[in-house]
Design a protein around this ligand. Sequence first.
Ligand SMILES: Nc1ncnc2c1ncn2[C@@H]1O[C@H](COP(=O)(O)OP(=O)(O)OP(=O)(O)O)[C@@H](O)[C@H]1O
Length: 700
Amino acid sequence: MAELAIDRGFLPAYAKLQRPVQHAVLTAIDKFSAHTHAGIHLEKLSGARDPHVRTIRIDQFYRGVVLALGAERYALLNVLPHDDANTFATRRRFTVNQVLGVLEVRDQAGLDEFTASTEPSPTTGLFDDVSAANFERLGIDKELVPLLRRISTDKELEGLSTLLPQVQYDVLTGLASGMSVPEVWEEMAERIVDDVNPDDLLTAAQRTPDRIAFVSGPVELAAILAHPFDVWRTFLHSAQRDVAYRVTYTGPALITGSAGTGKTVTGLHRAVFLARRLPDDESKVLLTTYTRSLADALGKQLRLLSSDPAVLRRIEVVGVDKLAHQIVAQRRKRITVATDSIVEPLWEEAARTAPSQVNRAGVVSRVSPAFLKREWEQVILAQQLTTAEAYRDTPRKGRGAGLRAAQRDQVWAAISGVVDKLASMRMQTHTQLADEAAALAAGAPAPYRHIVVDEGQDLHPAQWRLLRALVPAGNNDMFLLADPHQRIYDSQVSLARLGIPVRGRTRRLTVNYRTTHEILDLSVKVLDPHAVVGLDDAPDSLTGYRSITRGSRPELSTHRDQNDELESLIERVGTWLDQGVEPHAIGVAARTGKLVKAIRTTLAGAYIPVADDNQGTDGVRVTTMHGMKGLEFRCLAVVGLDAGALPAANAVTSAADDPLAYRQDLQRERCLLFVALTRARDVLYLSHSGKPTNLLPALT
Ligand SMILES: Nc1ncnc2c1ncn2[C@@H]1O[C@H](COP(=O)(O)OP(=O)(O)OP(=O)(O)O)[C@@H](O)[C@H]1O
């Protein structure tokens, strides 16, 4: 019986078809599976670049393009109107990558045209440093090398993006983005195979799950086609697949990768993979993340990925704060969480009444509320210090200028005042709850078999201690996803010191699936060029971080005052809506809650629907840059990018008071802007009134 596999490119093509054509496609697929080879009308094409390509009738206007893999197996590549299908089919050639043994497709006619229209580079070529032998080692075809020698700019290379086989293009963009040959090779190393047979397309296709899905039957096919836009459900990038589907990690694994590299997607696949392998008892996977709204989003995506009740029953999705709350609630009924609006005034009062300090240079300064709060969370709670003596002796790594013993006593007294007040009000912050929950969990049997953590870069040590206590140490215990470039709170965590050793089990994802090249280029320039330190205590660089799509350049709009700026925002959002962008696919971000409020009122006043979680209404999402974490939008406006607002004055220590803290605070503000900008998929609009922030690079 003939068997049909689905190519990745077929899904977006299917999504665009009218319902009756989609229906005809399903009928054709059904017939295909029911017939033997002899019974299927597969048409060979004259002039085809590849003898294995065929077309198949869908209806009187549409044809499917099919690749014969051998042994009565076929892959459905595309469905197009008759003439377009023929053009698509005749231009393409299918080969086997000489190093990875995977199936490759190239637009051979396009490559021929490109070669004919490109002059040899008169200046330095983009790949002058890469020898022919190294190209071969990285799986680049010999026949392509003369063409590559003609490429001298990123833009020219990009002209090849739709023509070259994807894996070879990935290698070339890696090299062009500054990765060395060994670094690119390292990324491929685990996937290299020895016995590549260039004529065996079937084996090659079976090795290419990021392109070709062999479908077990009509049920699986229907599940894939039910959400054709969510390609990630079926086709993971090979690097994502490698980490998500590895059978055994001999302990905690850390997956890093900057914004949009598919960490969440990879974590979801891992959770489902682990759940499927659990024995049929009460064993569970915990899938957790930083906030409740992120956990809700994870839950929704999880249900998109798997509808199997047995799998869903075994995966518990819950935000880490709620988790802590639940655990403490099992012990005592009355828990009152001290929210920011309760705690902030306490810190302000403590800072106002604390004695002023004199630093080593003799400069007198007052402690700020933010300093006290961070000192409590990042030193005292992080290290579980309970006495002034313990605090006096403790290292304050990463916390800026040193404090002498007398100063530490003053700081301790100020902080204790706040902690005592909270206790007298019988209230606890989320971090305190996590600390208590961690202690409770450590004394009880671990309830989960596996834990998957998304957005790990912002978790507090107390939250890590809690998670550590909830799963027994061993194979596949913890699967952690984090990006230190998106750290927007203060937690500087060393996993090793928290009993979560990831050495030898860290992997990095580098391909951004969300954001266009143009948006990513701008976003990366916002970050400090110095490498940041990851949760594994190692420097985390952005080498090789790249996008696979192109789009329009981000636009910076300048205004004389805020009213004018908001008027333009209304116009811009209105244009997006008129263009058919759905309200929920539009985001607006600002640095402060105050500006967010003003924007909401302005948009609502212009009859633009604004999302409101409290009321459960859908619409354009307007939120602070902090609230943007983990989200994404087709069109995004980031407004209020004024020098006076970003970096936010109250979030940055003065450089004169403490140069190290100043640098850290500035870095956090950069990360925050980076998080906001990288939420955009296709279009990014920026605006300011007054002097623009200097965190933003010049836009040309
Ligand atoms: N293999 C894939 N195929 C198609 N789309 C993908 C793939 N992997 C990720 N994506 C898409 O790219 C976008 C970013 O993915 P995801 O949110 O998982 O990245 P992330 O690394 O968690 O991002 P961030 O850290 O910025 O929140 C999503 O729209 C996702 O659906």
